[in-house]
Design a protein around this ligand. Sequence first.
Ligand SMILES: NC(=O)c1ccc[n+]([C@@H]2O[C@H](COP(=O)([O-])OP(=O)(O)OC[C@H]3O[C@@H](n4cnc5c(N)ncnc54)[C@H](OP(=O)(O)O)[C@@H]3O)[C@@H](O)[C@H]2O)c1
Length: 375
Amino acid sequence: MTQEAAPSILSIVGAGSLGQAFAALLAASGQPVTLLATPASATRLASVGRIRLQGIVGLEVPVAPPPASVGSVEVADDPSALPEGAGLIFATKGHQLPRAIEAVHAAWPRTGDGAAWVAGVQNGILKDDLLARAFGPDRVVGAVTILGAQREPDGPITVTSRGMTYLGELDGRASTRVITAVERLRKAGIPAEVPADIRGALWSKACNAAGVFGVSVLTRMSAPGMFGNPHLIRAYLSLIRETAAIASACGVEVGDYVSFPIRTFLSLLNPLLNPLLNERPEAETVATLMIRFGGGPSAPTGLATMPSMTQDLLAGRPLEVEQVFGDLVERAERVGVAVPRLTLVRDLIRGLDSGHARPAPAPGRTVTADERTDG
Ligand SMILES: NC(=O)c1ccc[n+]([C@@H]2O[C@H](COP(=O)([O-])OP(=O)(O)OC[C@H]3O[C@@H](n4cnc5c(N)ncnc54)[C@H](OP(=O)(O)O)[C@@H]3O)[C@@H](O)[C@H]2O)c1
């Protein structure tokens, strides 16, 4: 049994926005942390010599190759440098996760290391299946984060919100490793807690991701702008309803979490749960959501307010469409739930995704202006 082994330190895979933010905050609080980066990112960080956080957190933390001293982030590009007994948080993009898992698993955990565990902060449910397949279900801790961070072109990481990070055992048991990890995150100034039901938290975040990404990517609308528009709120609600139906068929009830009160959203539009619906039309309920969550007519629309998948679209980066929508549609098929809206959104976003191969035009044939989809 790995769960009750000695409390472990935290290490991170992926020196991107979240990975650098977590690692820098942990190191700045005096805790040891190893950040496993790609060779390119490790070289870049070594040449700069530090991680710089800006935005709502202002921090400069030195980086060093193993072994790093207290107060520095230990940056490695070789998974065999990962410490024994660590809790390893994968912070790669969803589509990068399989290769990262493969590389890490070839070298870590070492034989006899019963305390090592893994978690992933990617959106969607798929990541835990991938981690369990490689490392074994006993080593996987469920994780959800809404800490907000983004990489700036010149290197620093802008932390946009100190959102909550949830950790929990997927079988619902209390465990020392999860409690210790939450304490470590809190010591680093990262809000963290063990929710009553981590699977409820994972699925509630998945509901929100499906709704927010689905609507925002297809309309290129910022999150506050989206919640300021009654038509887009309806579209958002229709996607979270379908996702929650899959969760329910999988035996998971969605709940209310800071920034994604999915249960409340759904109950507001469910006549069985919301007696007020008998007295007032749906439009009024949507208006209530606009007041509570919308940014009003002056809602900010800049790049920073765009959901991450919309930012990826606008930057021409691959989209996490399979990890979010493709996986949900497959799960729905497996449990016999009809999800026509999620399926349509998956197909539309696949069509926009630079990471999906498109059939090349026949030789000698020019693509016409009508056929161009990037306008
Ligand atoms: N950013 C947020 O605010 C936020 C919030 C909640 C959830 N999430 C989710 O968290 C995940 C990470 O997001 P992010 O914004 O931090 O992404 P990101 O900035 O693109 O960072 C991903 C990092 O993973 C690295 N990487 C890729 N393959 C690797 C490998 N095999 N070994 C080591 N490192 C590897 C990449 O390295 P290179 O740069 O060298 O390619 C990159 O630095 C995503 O799934 C996202 O949806 C993000």
